[in-house]
Write a protein that binds this ligand. Structure first.
Ligand code: ZN
Ligand code: CO
Length: 334
């Protein structure tokens, strides 16, 4: 699974530019499902047939990034965020375009560092002129962070763990379920454009008409020096979401998840995320409403070049998800 995570995290895929990451995921999951297709917005849907209504499992493929807004006569680029990117976290970071071109971000002269905003940032591609820069990047091109995946002491550090870790968990779950009879159809959704407003999950949930939904994504951890209060730590198990700013999870689904985890002695934490959302926010509002929960991987430094997660939390998430898929939701969620 580590090799899979490495290839997913290092792939290019800002919101709306998911082609490369989608191809990787399609290759990794296609042999484990009955049917796989890409919809109009670019969502990848991998389906295990079974009794309806289906259980929809969602993880987003896209990652945060930047978009080119201006190229000046000296070949420096101005950029704007794609998703929730803080400008100060980009200083000295390398960014990579789809064509492989790489540059670094720095700021104009500032009176004080707190004056830093997007208008003061530029991207340097090493170009000597506008023409040279335009050979490499155009207005509207997107770049993602450029950082290798590292395996630490039982922890992983990479860009885009939000939400490639969720994608890896869905893929591994599909592999473990391959060939097994299931009590319900399962749709593994690898969604697009989550970071700009849960857009892919919105249309996918509408067309799938699932009976139940479950998003797998990262959540904040509060276990770093003087961190803002957050009752979630790395290594204490995946988190069963209670609420974030996009969803109040179905109490029935949450209880079902907690019961299954307890029965199988899988450690878990409860998550209340005060700011931030996930695909569950879109899924539960689809059509007449879908009972929806979320399983979160505790993650430090979300939306930076070096997000960090715990390997045991990932293993426990896969374990729990596999059992949840093998259990009838129409009987369990009541
Ligand atoms: Zn996410
Ligand atoms: Co995110």
């Amino acid at each position: 699974m580590e090799a899979l995570m490495k290839s997913l995290c290092e792939a290019y895929g800002p919101s709306g530019e998911e082609k490369e990451i989608r191809a990787l995921i399609e290759n990794a999951v296609k042999d484990s499902v009955d049917r796989i297709y890409t919809d109009n917005l670019g969502n990848l849907l991998a389906v295990r047939e079974g009794p309806e209504p289906a259980l929809l499992l969602s993880a987003h493929m896209d990652e945060i990034g930047v978009i080119v807004t201006h190229i000046d006569e000296n070949g420096f680029l101005r950029i704007a965020p794609v998703g929730g990117v803080a400008p100060h976290l980009l200083l000295g970071q390398r960014l990579r375009f789809k064509n492989g071109a790489v540059g670094t971000v720095y700021h104009e002269k500032l009176k004080e560092l707190r004056d830093l905003d997007w208008s003061k940032l530029y991207l340097d591609l090493g170009a000597g002129s506008a023409a040279e820069a335009k050979n490499v990047a155009q207005i509207g091109d997107m770049a993602c962070l450029h950082q290798p995946f590292d395996s630490l002491n039982g922890r992983y550090m990479a860009k885009a763990l939000d939400d490639r870790v969720g994608c890896a968990i869905l893929i591994e779950t599909a592999r473990r379920l391959a060939g097994a009879p299931l009590p319900q159809a399962i749709c593994f959704l690898f969604s697009v454009q989550e970071e700009v407003g849960l857009r892919g999950a919105t249309t996918a949930a509408y067309s799938i008409q699932p009976g139940y939904g479950l998003a797998v994504d990262v959540t904040r951890a509060g276990d770093t020096p003087k961190a803002p209060l957050m009752e979630v730590s790395l290594g204490k198990g995946p988190a069963i979401k209670v609420k974030d700013s996009s969803v109040i999870c179905s109490p029935k689904v949450r209880r079902f998840m907690m019961e299954v985890a307890s029965q199988h002695e899988i450690p878990y934490q409860l998550e209340v995320l005060e700011r931030g959302g996930t695909d569950a926010g879109a899924i539960h509002l689809s059509r007449g409403g879908v009972p929806t929960g979320a399983l979160s991987i505790p993650c430090r430094y979300i939306h930076t070049a070096s997000e960090m997660v715990d390997a045991a939390d990932i293993q426990n998430a896969v374990k729990l998800l596999e059992i949840l898929c093998r259990t009838s939701w129409s009987e369990g969620v009541s």
